[in-house]
Design a protein around this ligand. Sequence first.
Ligand code: HPA
Length: 274
Amino acid sequence: MTDTWNLSLEALAFLRTQTSATPTIGIILGTGLGGLVDHCDIECSIDYATIPHFPVSTVESHHGRLIFGTLGGKSVVIMQGRFHVYEGYTAQQITFPVRVMQHLGVRTLVVSNACGGMNPLYRRGDLMLIDDHINLLGVNPLIGANDERFGPRFPDMSEPYSIALQTLARERALALRINLHRGVYVAVAGPNLETRAEYRFLRAIGADVVGMSTVPEAIVARHMNMSVLGLSIITDECFPDHLEPVRLEDVLAAAAKAEPHLTALVADVIAHLP
Ligand code: HPA
């Protein structure tokens, strides 16, 4: 058994030499969503590479920093840069920072990502609130011996994304006049995008969008009974009957265009958290 409990406490002990912050809100920023950091009063910023047992990000579009600060009047910890199955990390490595967040005092996790839209009503640049997910990663971060100090062997998944947080997000989106879909995110390992037949399959099994992240972190957060809020930027349209080639530049450009809306929404939701 890899001793995630003790390793995450060692990471915590290091962080405690850097900051005395006690954030109750953790935020994981996905592809091209780093702008939220500009809305944050940063207290300290710590490179992943210096934190014991933290994986180090290999994707150029992701920074690798843990940022402590204040957002919307609340103490937050932000992961700028996340880890993916396609990079070769295990699901346990990907979710290690969420274990550390729990030790820091985080009880609410906000996760964001870029994804492909399969629901025909969704357009490139739209935002979606994640109501539910389907795990097709082929891995699960909870496989292996269960540590009861984190949570139960068979965690409930009837409400993976908090209904209360979804309600708040929808209220705030309305107040800010931001169009917010609500749907199901399916996670695949990647790194290739899907074939037409795969998009048809993923749509048929009930997914509105497809991406390569978020689900491991959400599972581990729920294992520890954190409340999860998930938000997606639709960066490409995945309609199998007229599928166009997708370039990474286009994905990043769509994410950059939608980013101000997502950033405004997340900052406002956090300001309105009880
Ligand atoms: N498929 C999977 N992941 C993605 C996509 C996609 O079309 N777009 C952005 N992330």
